[in-house]
Design a protein around this ligand. Structure first.
Ligand code: ATP
Ligand code: MG
Ligand code: FE
Length: 355
């Protein structure tokens, strides 16, 4: 089956066409991603209104290019999928409305995809991977450990109680005067720094649950940085390296617990899978490799272009749902918030102020 996918939940305007075979394997026929980074960089972060307007201006052209590159016409599609949330609501409305229009005009099924579900299912597009597996979703908006048990069947084992990992990287970059988006800048600066110069806190280390906390670590970096002003280049490198080392040690500990909880509840996972923009950080990849080896499971990280937001992941999640006969109506709502495990409870026992 051929499926068109549309992604507009944040600052990427993206569309793609994928093909899914009856045996469950997939192929990307086109994958067009326009990053709006340069539109938002002057403001040091994504401006929702600017993003929504850019999606309106760009999306028709991006969809047209995706169809042309794939050499597919609308009549050949088995369905059209759009990310219906969670995300910035203006952008979500643009993408979902466009998908509805295409579905209506060409009389093809609509799939309203959860953006997080798309991240969760992406490894099955590039690898023959059976359920269940353990997902570490680590991006600008999310830091979660999720048991992926089947299409539409997810159990959240851990989540951040405050900042997302990518958000913490971006905020540390901003306070040190590094340009937006900060994650890759922090990684670059850290490679020339001393990870032992500052003994930053390792949040949540040793706790029996699999939750994360990053705001206390971020505050510790801010306090140290303001003590050192004016900052020399080496100070910035050492602050980045020490921050990254603390974030990694905490991540490795939280993931080890997450994998243990997974095994207790669902048996051994077929793999540990990482997705989201932060999964392109080389140091984090190294830490995840060690965690997976210790837990005697395989680490799978989709290629960076499929880790960050893109249309192929939406098209693929749409195809996985279509293959099970799951479609949506024209009433499908755009959602700013949409939990992956809709009946999940908030993590108990944590206050937001924990270091
Ligand atoms: P979400 O998918 O949760 O809605 P998002 O769209 O912001 O959020 P992505 O586009 O997947 O997330 O990833 C962007 C985030 O990844 C940013 O916070 C960015 O700083 C971070 N990031 C990208 N590369 C790196 C890196 N090498 N090291 C650390 N962080 C990184
Ligand atoms: Mg993004
Ligand atoms: Fe994303």
């Amino acid at each position: 089956m051929l499926v068109l996918g549309i992604e507009t939940t944040c600052d990427e305007t993206a569309a793609a066409v994928i093909e899914r075979q009856p045996d469950g394997s997939g192929k990307i026929l086109s994958n067009i991603v326009h990053s709006q980074i340069s539109d938002h960089a002057p403001y040091g972060g994504v401006v929702p209104e600017i993003a929504a307007r850019a999606h309106i201006d760009l999306l028709d052209g991006i969809v047209g290019r995706a169809m042309k590159d794939a050499d597919v016409n609308f009549a050949q599609l088995s369905g059209v999928a759009a990310a219906a949330g969670p995300g910035l609501i203006g952008g979500v409305i643009v993408g979902l409305t466009t998908a509805k229009a295409i579905a209506m005009v060409h009389d093809t099924p609509l799939v309203a995809v959860n953006h997080l579900e798309a991240h969760a299912l992406t490894p099955r597009l590039t690898t023959a991977l059976a359920f269940p597996y353990c997902l570490f979703l680590v991006s600008g908006g999310h830091t979660q450990i999720v048991a992926v048990l089947g299409v539409g069947h997810y159990v959240r084992l851990g989540t951040t109680v405050d900042d997302a990992m990518g958000e913490a990287f971006d905020k540390v970059a901003k306070m040190l005067g590094l340009p937006y988006p900060g994650g890759p800048q922090v990684e670059r600066a850290a490679s020339g720094g001393d990870p032992k110069r500052f003994a930053f806190p390792r949040p949540m280390l040793g706790r029996p649950d699999a939750n994360f906390s990053l705001s206390g670590l971020k505050t510790a970096v801010r306090n140290e940085a303001s003590r050192l002003i004016p900052l020399e280049e080496q100070d910035i490198a050492d602050l980045c390296a020490s921050f990254q080392a603390a974030a990694l040690e905490s991540t490795a500990d939280r993931l080890s617990v997450g994998l243990r909880l997974f095994e207790e509840q669902f048996g051994p996972p077929h793999a540990l899978v990482a997705a989201g923009g932060v999964a392109s950080n080389q140091a984090i990849r190294g830490a995840l490799q060690a965690v997976a080896a210790k837990a005697q499971t395989t680490l799978i990280i989709p290629p960076p272009a499929l880790c960050t937001d893109n249309g192929a992941m939406i098209a693929w999640a749409g195809a996985e749902r279509l293959a099970l006969g799951l479609t949506d109506t024209m009433e499908a709502p755009p959602r700013a918030r949409w939990l992956l495990d809709a009946d999940a409870k908030a993590p108990a026992g944590h206050s937001k102020s924990r270091a």
